[in-house]
Structure formats: structure tokens, C-alpha cells
Design a protein around this ligand. Structure first.
Ligand SMILES: *Cc1c(COP(=O)(O)O)cnc(C)c1O
Length: 381
């Protein structure tokens, strides 16, 4: 392992058993999707999250696209979501012709502000997408109550939320549908990968069809029908067994991976306490109801700080923090396809001040000290 003394923001962790399981698939000659490793991954996701049905996908993006198809999102429909999120949250619904309606975020968790939802809902609203930023839950009780009152659906973009919880319930298992990501930068990884969690049992049969090119092939494999035919809209959303085999090794080690990330997260939290009390930055806030998964350690710089200069000063010390996201309402496609519900002052203020620190399984104390020193130096402390 060489990083040339650099401290990147991410360093993918592998358990050591990934290739062993891939070799098993290879020797079994079982390479297409929904083989034994996929089945194991589904069972693990179902037992760990409590969802009705879990389905592996190519990515969280693919799972979000499946969610849009499953909810019959159609041209002119509106889907309420934060602007401060990854593009796929919106794109999946825009692909069905829907209009993303962007709401502002809370200044503590950077999650959508549930207090602004009512004002964003119109007769055309079909769904709310709750994005659990940094694996810290949105205020789901309020969100699901508002959705129920308006008879609209809730999709949880829990891309960052694997093994995190809200009032004891797994993120992704609370809305009608939930989505996970196993992208290389997430907690549990498969390079590219994801899952759709189906919580409303009425959506389960159709979810299988949509994922299998619009056919009932899943039922055919179970011996429930004697041939499979074209039943509905769909595409190829399922990954092959090699991806599932890799992912299984990660699932087996999930507790250790999460615990190791928590160790790094908590160390940053302690190391940064003096800078926080001096007002040089703000640390993440985790509300009482949220069991987070240490997906991300970020800091918020004070208003007026030149973030680019801070990032550049860190890089000159070999430390590579990153920033995200460019708010969707302020991006070319977001302006073309979406609209904002009211002003988004918190999003506009905070999006330019977030700095995400290097965090991965096995980051050393020395490395974290170096990150904090570089940050302190960059902030003139
Ligand atoms: C990573 C991420 C995605 C996309 O996940 P992929 O698996 O790369 O498609 C979507 N939404 C959020 C909030 C994410 O962090």
C-alpha cells in the first residue's frame, strides 16, 4: 500500500475475502445475476434492515431509477427533494419526465428541512425523496406523517446510510422505498453497486419484473411459471455474480468496517473540538434520534472563508479533503428540469463552506493528526 505520504479523502478497504468469493463464482461457473452470492446479499440486507424485499442493483442511481418506474412517475409529476444532494437523486425522476422541486436544508444536519415540505407540496406532487446526508437520518416521523396526509410516497436516498438508523429503524427501511450505494467511496463497497429496498409489499412483485428487463424471469427461476414473458416496463438493473461475490465479503465484515470508521470519526471529533470552540469551524451535528454510520466526517467553515484557499493549503501539505455538492437548483440541468420551492438560503450559504475530511478504514492516528494540523494551518490557527 503506497500513498506516497499523501492522505487522500478515500482509500477503499477490502477485507481480503473478495477474490476468494469471486473465485468461487468462477469455479461454479455461475456468473449471471441472482445466483447464490446475490441471494446471500439479499438475505443479509433484508435481515439487517428489516425491509420486505432487497434487490441488488448496478448502483444507487439504478435503484433510484427503479423507484421512479415503480411509483409510475410520469411527465409533469413533481418530486420534492433537497437541492443539496448528488445528481442521481433528481436525475432518476427527471428521466420519467418529472419536475424536481428543491427545498432548503436544515443548518444542523444538512438534511431537507421538514418544516418546508408542506409549502412545497402541490396537486402534482407524487413523492418526497429524503436524502440522509452523511448517514445521519432525516426527521422521518415528520416526513412520513406529511406524506401520509397528502397521500404521496416517500423514497429514502440512503446511499450513504447503510447500517445507520433513525429511532432504532434502519435507514432505507422507513419510506415506501429505500436505496443504498456500494460505490467505492461508501462504507460497504463493490466498486459500483447498489440496492433497492422495497418496504411496501404491494410493490415487490413489480420490482422484480422491472429489474429483470420487464419480464417475470424471477418467478420462472423459482419454478412459479413455466416460461417468462414481457410483462411491463423494465431494464437490466441487476449486477452479475462477481459483483455480488465481492460485496458478500464486505457484508460479512460490515460490523468491523463500521466500527473502524466510527473510531476515525470520533477521533476527528475530539481533535477538532478546540478549533470548534474557537469558532474556526463547525463540527457535524448528530441528533438524538439518529444512529449514524460514520460515513463521512465534514466540517463547516465560517461564513466568508475562502474554501478553495483552505483546500489548496491542505493539498500543499499532502492532505486531500474534498468539497460537495454544487446545489442542484443552481446547476445547468437543475435550472432546466427543476424548480425551487421558495428561496434556499441555507443551501446557498452552507454548500460553499462544507469540507469533507479524509476518512477510511485504517486511517492512522498520525494521518488524522496531520489532517487536523493542515486544516488548522489553513484556517490560520
Ligand atoms: C453516492 C450517492 C448516490 C449515487 O450512488 P451510486 O451508487 O454511485 O449510483 C446517490 N445519492 C447520494 C446521496 C449519494 O451519496
Amino acid at each position: 500500500m503506497t500513498r506516497d505520504g499523501r492522505i487522500p479523502f478515500n482509500w477503499p478497504y477490502m477485507t481480503g475475502k473478495e477474490l476468494y468469493y469471486i473465485a468461487q463464482s468462477h469455479f461454479n461457473g455461475r456468473l449471471a445475476g441472482d445466483g447464490p452470492f446475490t441471494q446471500r446479499c439479499h438475505a443479509w440486507l433484508e435481515s439487517r434492515s428489516g425491509c420486505h424485499q432487497a434487490l441488488l442493483t448496478h448502483s444507487c442511481t439504478a435503484a433510484l431509477e427503479m423507484a421512479a418506474l415503480l411509483l409510475d412517475i410520469a411527465p409533469g409529476d413533481e418530486v420534492v427533494m433537497p437541492s443539496y444532494t448528488f445528481v442521481s437523486t433528481a436525475n432518476a425522476f427527471v428521466l420519467r419526465g418529472a419536475v424536481p422541486v428543491f427545498v432548503d436544508i436544515r443548518s444542523d444536519t444538512l438534511n431537507l428541512d421538514e418544516g418546508l415540505l408542506e409549502a412545497a407540496i402541490t396537486e402534482r406532487t407524487r413523492a418526497i425523496v429524503a436524502v440522509h446526508y452523511a448517514g445521519v437520518a432525516c426527521e422521518m416521523d415528520a416526513i412520513t406523517a406529511i406524506a401520509a396526509r397528502h397521500r404521496i410516497k416517500v423514497v429514502e436516498d440512503a446511499a450513504q446510510g447503510v447500517l445507520a438508523s433513525y429511532k432504532g429503524r434502519a435507514l432505507g427501511s422507513i419510506g415506501d422505498l429505500g436505496t443504498y450505494s456500494f460505490h467505492e467511496t461508501k462504507n460497504l463497497i463493490a466498486g459500483e453497486g447498489g440496492a433497492l429496498l422495497v418496504n411496501d409489499p404491494r410493490l415487490a412483485a413489480r420490482a422484480e419484473v422491472i429489474r429483470e428487463k420487464g419480464t417475470d424471469r424471477s418467478r420462472y427461476f423459482r419454478g412459479e411459471v413455466d416460461r417468462y414473458t414481457w410483462q411491463d416496463l423494465g431494464s437490466s438493473f441487476l449486477p452479475g455474480e462477481l459483483i455480488a461475490a465481492f460485496l458478500w465479503a464486505q457484508f460479512e465484515d460490515a460490523e468491523h468496517i463500521t466500527a473502524a470508521r466510527h473510531q476515525g470519526w470520533s477521533r476527528y471529533h475530539e481533535l477538532l473540538a478546540p478549533l470548534a470552540s474557537a469558532g474556526a469551524l463547525r463540527r457535524p451535528v448528530v441528533p438524538e434520534a439518529c444512529g449514524h454510520n460514520a460515513h463521512m466526517y465534514y466540517v463547516v467553515l465560517p461564513d466568508g472563508t475562502d474554501r478553495d484557499a483552505v483546500l489548496e493549503a491542505c493539498r500543499s501539505q499532502g492532505v486531500f479533503p474534498v468539497f460537495h455538492y454544487v446545489p442542484l437548483h443552481d446547476s445547468p440541468a437543475g435550472r432546466r428540469f427543476g424548480r425551487s420551492s421558495g428561496a434556499l438560503p441555507v443551501t446557498e450559504s452552507l454548500a460553499g463552506r462544507v469540507v469533507r475530511l479524509p476518512l477510511w478504514v485504517g486511517i492512522g492516528e498520525d494521518e488524522q493528526n496531520r489532517v487536523v494540523r493542515a486544516l488548522a494551518g489553513a484556517l490560520g490557527g
